[in-house]
Design a protein around this ligand. Sequence first.
Ligand code: S3P
Length: 178
Amino acid sequence: MHNRNIVLAGFMGAGKTAVGRALAQRLSRTFLDMDAELEARAGKPISLIFAEDGEAAFRRMERELVVECSCRANLVIAAGGGVVLNPDNVRDFSATGYVICLKAAPEEILRRVAGSKERPLLEQGDKAERIRALLKSRQKLYDALPYQVDTTGKSVAQVVAEVLTRICCRGVVNPTGS
Ligand code: S3P
């Protein structure tokens, strides 16, 4: 029970990578950032995977990685924002881990991703508009995840503490990492 993965899901800019890295350090666990891992495997950035191979190819790579991660234990995983699009991903992550949805207000998401050129889905047209539209189309999928933590206006340390409170209350993990 104590070695179940902790999977941070949620929309782009919700804080998955920053919170995941800090959480892994706090728990002395291995941190796995899905986007970084997929970039390493492909040998190119996400934007190029989308441009050269297409979104469908990216989703297949993402799916394979979810299957691999779900067979491992003791990981803190920052999932890509689109993993929820495939119900098999949510099912597999949930089978061996605790899936926590980080969320943030659209204005805060926009502030956090404003300088990034690495999110191809936000590069088509006005960013604020794309965020609103994508969030709307995915809202139900994010809302269905079992744990919800709002990161709006909070520091990484505050969110880490909140995530730990949630999962510790359910006896999932020892916060000392032992
Ligand atoms: C995506 C989110 C990105 C990345 C890709 C697609 C999405 O990850 O996987 O650009 O569909 O929401 P982050 O949520 O880490 O930015």
